[in-house]
Design a protein around this ligand. Structure first.
Ligand code: FAD
Ligand code: SF4
Length: 471
């Protein structure tokens, strides 16, 4: 099929489906659920794009990927060109093609979605990025610019830090990322499980940054190993992207019982330290047969699906509003349900109940009903009197959210924070300390990969301007 199709021919093509592992198989292993499109399907899907002149899809992408251009190259089966365009705009396309909420970003703006289904931009991003990984020799090599003589430090090796580092290295600056953990990727590695984002994808994307000269120093906790000001004194500029990894507590009785985890601890033990899958892991995990996960976001879905894979016979989501208010991606909710997870909606936890030895035995809950919208715009849950009941469980995971960790910011009293402890910045990411910029979750609170990357890209431009280059 040639790429000179008429609009009518393009409109006649139906949206592609993502092949998936069967729920009964995947719910017992950590293999990736979405299997990716084949070349023929991807090219056909790219030909659904009608190449709108006003490019609304690009406005929906926080890093401004040139979507019609990369789709056009894919539709013409020019994969090296599609990959060149995509990688030029997005430092982590294989990651974004897997975890971005496209349905509320680029695809939400796609003109084809007005009278039917939008172009599957996310699936195609993943296809092109994966093709590029397997065919690196076919990609055009772009020469690195001459060294600027300037040195930039980046705190945190998550999507915001990685994106800023790549952009700054491509401007000729010498960039060093300082990362507290022993490995790269931030939430991409320790939070998002393998069945959604295999670790080798992160490894390959990070290796591309090393190729452009970025240096990564792991096991450095800024705020403990050194302060922000010590770092600032050694470098010409600084980008702070240490995320928002401090768990929000439930503040209910029983939170200290054995068998209660925060989502970050639960996922880090499994994803980073291999607990549950490696009998020799130095950081094991209690593998409950009945597990309740409290929350309704992507993190909650990741925890409950992980619990199923670790062998839970009964795994439930406990959420105080209804499914319509859940912040998790639609695809994640669908996958979670297919894997046999129960959804206890309009249910709020009151207490975690334990036995005399301090082990969790039940989650005491109360039924809720929805009242008028609250300040978040979502309908407010209101307790139904006399509706308390116990759910027998051995493990409870708190996935109600995270916030900024004060460990780093406390060492710099002149670093202005907002009321929630997030770093205050201007439109370019500049903080109250000259030459120090910030972005990602440490500025926004828990957000998304692509918003963190957009912050990294914007801040890199501002830092480049600060260092005397083009902003
Ligand atoms: P992070 O990814 O948190 O990276 C910050 C890095 O800084 C970490 O590596 C951390 O170890 C390091 N660090 C922290 N303190 C220090 C210090 N003092 N010194 C040095 N280094 C430090 N978003 C999506 O778009 N789609 C999803 O499907 C999705 N799923 C998610 C699932 C889970 C379980 C979680 C927790 C989040 C999910 N998110 C998702 C949100 C998304 O991952 C985050 O918004 C994004 O990772 C934020 O990027 P960041 O670079 O700001 O911070
Ligand atoms: Fe193509 Fe949709 Fe973007 Fe139009 S809005 S250019 S159809 S992807």
């Amino acid at each position: 099929m040639a790429n000179d199709l008429t609009i009518q021919e393009r409109l006649a093509i139906g949206r592609v489906h993502m092949p998936e592992l069967a729920p009964e198989i995947r719910s017992r292993n950590f293999e990736e659920v979405n299997r990716g499109l084949g070349r023929e399907e991807a090219v056909r899907e790219a030909r659904r794009c009608i190449q709108c002149k006003h490019r609304p899809c690009v406005d929906g992408c926080p890093v401004g990927v040139s979507i019609p251009e990369f789709l056009d190259a894919l539709a013409a089966e020019n994969l090296p060109e599609a990959a060149r365009i995509l990688q030029g705009d997005n430092a982590l396309p294989a990651v974004c093609g897997r975890v971005c909420p496209q349905e509320s970003q680029c695809e939400a703006k796609c003109v084809r979605g007005v009278k039917g289904e939008p172009v599957a931009i996310g699936y195609l991003e993943r296809f092109v990025a994966d093709w590029a990984m397997g065919n690196a020799a076919e990609l055009p090599k772009s020469a690195l610019p001459p060294a600027s003589g300037k040195r930039v430090a980046v705190v945190g090796c998550g999507p915001a830090g990685l994106t800023a580092a790549g952009e700054l290295a491509r401007q000729g600056h010498a960039v060093t990322i300082f990362e507290a953990l022993h490995d790269t990727g931030g939430v991409l590695r320790y939070g998002i499980p393998e069945f959604r984002l295999p670790k080798e994808i992160i490894d390959v994307e990070v290796a591309r940054l090393l190729d452009v000269g970025v240096t990564i120093e792991c096991n450095v906790i800024v705020g403990k190993t050194m302060t922000i000001h010590q770092l600032r004194d050694q470098f010409d500029a600084l980008f702070i992207a240490n995320g928002a990894g401090l768990p929000t507590m439930l503040n209910i009785p029983g939170e200290n019982l054995k068998g209660v985890y925060s989502a970050n601890e639960f996922l880090t033990r499994v994803n980073l330290m291999e607990a549950g899958r490696n009998p020799d892991s130095a950081t094991p995990i209690i593998q409950g047969r009945q597990v309740a996960v409290i929350g309704g976001g992507n993190t909650a879905m990741d925890c409950v699906r992980t619990a199923r894979r670790l062998g839970a016979e009964r795994a439930l989501i406990v959420y105080r509003r209804s499914e319509a208010e859940m912040p998790a991606r639609v695809e994640e909710i669908k996958h979670t349900k297919e894997e046999g997870v129960e959804f206890a909606m309009l249910t709020a936890p009151l207490e975690i109940v334990g036995d005399w030895e301090g082990w969790v035995t039940a989650l005491r809950c109360q039924k809720m009903e929805l009242g008028p919208p609250d300040e978040s715009g979502r309908r407010k849950p209101i307790a139904v009197a006399g509706s308390e009941y116990d759910i027998p469980v051995g493990v409870v995971v708190n996935a109600v959210g995270t916030r900024a960790n004060p460990l780093l910011t406390a060492t710099a009293p002149d670093l202005e924070l907002n009321q929630w402890g997030n770093i205050a910045v201007d439109a370019g990411g500049a903080t109250s300390i000259a030459g120090a910029f910030a972005g990602g979750d440490i500025v926004r609170g828990g957000a998304t990969v692509i918003l963190a990357m957009g912050d990294g890209k914007r801040a890199a431009a501002a830092i480049n301007g600060y260092l005397g280059g083009e902003a």
